[in-house]
Design a protein around this ligand. Structure first.
Ligand code: NA7
Length: 551
């Protein structure tokens, strides 16, 4: 479908992570022409950029992978219970080559804007080259009928706007934009700001080579031991033999993990029995701790039993009682913010060369040339400053693209009061645009590859339906979008999740960001059923129209 001036495709996919790669594969299967535009020099998306020390997935490797091809499941063997960043990247490189995807991916190509045609039947996508070497050159725009964003939920780095950063005499890094040739912190005084999943992974690893590590903690966090280790051949073989059953459990689950949640309330069993259950879950390790009881995320008293169990483990692990006290999370319940898992996190505070600083009590005021200054005037001298400060989650990556609809309204304007989306898949006013794992879909509350595959399959089915019915324009209906937003709000309010005031699920980590609970908390299986229902009813809630020429 080449046009004389610009390249033209049926679909442009933005991003070559888990989502973009599978989307390309499905588009090809439909016989559509497609290109993936990717800013990085390689595939991986989140796993291309997040190379900080200790970077590892919190989902277990045997299910943090694609399920769409059973031969792929059988041929790839993971080495550890939780995959490290380089291994996930290797896996995605393997998938890219195995399905011959690379030839349709333009690396080092950053999307700088996208404009819908006035009739809403196509898009013009502007790009420049923005590779690892930082050479920026405008490149020719690309045309497409369908714009599909596969930009990830946690890809827009959130570097806090602390005065004085430009004058810092040392080096500073954001964990999500870690230099690809690594950072040697041997013998250096390192400061880490942030104790979310990333900080909790990086802190024990950075503490080893650093001469001194200072952790600046704003919100104390719960963490469950990962109990990571090598995956034996026998374990891998057992998973491989069991994949059909594993995938079935995932499909019917709340979070896309292959765990069955204990249907009992945490308040039902006697104290000693509950304690034994938590101890067993603690020893097994990992995110599955959350599945100990059905109402941990629905009932405050139930949640408090788990929260207090974890606080006890922190008290038990950390030798200095004052440090332990600072590490105890008290302003939110367990798992109401994203629950980290760790390897030796709380133990790290028993080292003589690690200092914990409570920056909620004494906030960071400025970066000074020699380090960080707090409101009290105390200065911590640092050679390296690491921001493990997270992301402008879910909406951030889409707002940075800021597509403009046919009536000239930008996404930034459309979402000024917070995101709106139908099923997390499409936004009214932005026809022929699909957002893989967009806000109001389960996304970050689930095992991401599971949610990604479901979205990609739904989009592919939708495009097939359009082809079969002669439709060339699709747009989410404003009323259907409103109803979905209302449903999303209702299901989140049936949980404790919106009550965690500092949560990035709510946008609370980015100053000025509208407070809207963004992921769909009604459960993966329920969400999948809703999407399937919409498709079965002829894509109810979408306006599908055929080409005037064809009519
Ligand atoms: P998170 O979970 O957003 O954690 C960021 C941390 O940084 C968190 O402790 C924040 O404290 C802290 N933070 C952010 N801004 C500041 C400022 N200005 N001053 C002090 N502390 C600050 O991001 P992660 O990268 O750890 O994890 C993101 C997801 O990636 C993770 O859940 C996995 O899904 C993978 P706060 O809690 O806001 O008070």
């Amino acid at each position: 479908m080449a046009d004389t001036e610009v390249d033209s495709f049926d679909a442009v996919v933005i991003g070559a992570g888990f989502a973009g790669l599978y989307m390309l594969h499905r588009l090809r299967g439909l016989g559509l022409s497609a290109v993936v535009l990717e800013q990085g020099a390689g595939v991986g998306g989140t796993w291309y950029w997040n190379r900080y020390p200790g970077a590892r997935c919190d989902s277990e490797s045997y299910y943090y992978c694609y399920s769409f091809d059973s031969a792929l499941e059988q041929e790839w063997t993971w080495s550890e219970r939780y995959p490290r960043q380089p291994e996930i990247k290797d896996y995605l490189d393997h998938v890219t080559d195995r399905f011959d995807l690379r030839r349709d991916i333009r690396f080092g190509t950053r999307v700088t804007g996208a404009r819908a045609d006035a009739d809403g039947r196509g898009w013009t996508v502007d790009t420049d080259t923005d590779t690892d070497t930082d050479t920026d050159t405008d490149t020719a725009p690309v045309r497409c009928r369908f714009l599909i964003t596969a930009v990830g939920c946690l890809s827009a780095a959130n570097v806090p706007d602390i005065p004085g950063l430009a004058d810092f005499a040392g080096r500073w890094f954001h964990t999500g934009r870690w230099p690809h040739d690594g950072v040697d912190v041997t013998g250096r005084r390192v400061g880490v700001v942030g104790t979310g999943s990333t900080g909790i992974q990086a802190i024990p690893v950075l503490a080893e080579p650093a001469s001194h590590l200072t952790v600046f903690q704003r919100t104390a966090n719960y963490s469950i031991p990962a109990r990571n280790g090598p995956l034996s051949r026998a374990e891998s073989d057992a998973y491989k033999a069991d994949y059909p059953a594993i995938r079935e459990v995932q499909a019917g689950s709340t979070n896309g993990h292959p765990f069955v949640v204990n249907p009992q309330s945490a308040l039902e069993p006697p104290d000693d029995e509950r304690e034994r259950a938590y101890r067993a879950a603690w020893e097994r390790g990992g995110l599955r701790f959350r599945a100990s009881y059905a109402d941990l995320l629905a009932d405050e008293a139930a949640n408090e039993t788990a929260s207090e169990f974890i606080r006890d483990r922190i008290r038990e692990t950390v030798e200095d009682p004052a440090v332990a006290e600072t590490l105890l999370p008290r302003d939110h319940g367990f798992a109401t913010k994203r629950p980290p898992i760790d390897t030796g996190y709380f133990e790290t505070y028993n080292r003589d060369d690690v200092t914990l600083v409570d920056v909620r009590a004494d906030p960071i005021e400025a970066v000074v040339p020699e380090g960080l200054r707090l409101r009290s005037g105390t200065v911590y001298e640092l050679d390296d400053l690491v921001f493990a400060t997270g992301f402008d989650a879910l909406t951030g990556p889409l707002l940075r693209l800021d597509p403009v609809g046919p009536d000239g309204t930008s996404l930034r304007r459309a979402w000024a009061a917070g995101p709106r989306s139908y099923l997390g898949l499409a936004v009214s006013g932005f026809p022929n645009m699909f957002t893989i794992t967009g806000p109001f879909s389960p996304s970050v509350l689930t095992n991401m590859p599971t949610s990604i595959e479901q979205h990609v399959d739904w989009i592919a089915d939708c495009l097939a339906h359009m082809r079969d019915t002669g439709a060339d324009r699709i747009e989410a209906d404003r009323d259907a979008e409103r109803a979905w937003a209302e449903h999303t709000r209702e299901v989140s309010e049936q949980t404790l999740l919106p009550r965690a005031a500092t949560s990035w699920y709510l946008g609370a980590n980015v100053p000025g960001k509208p407070r809207v609970f963004m992921p769909y908390a009604g459960g993966f299986a329920r969400y999948t059923a809703a999407c399937a229902d919409v498709a079965r009813r002829g894509f109810e809630g979408f306006r599908l129209t055929g080409s005037p020429a064809a009519a």
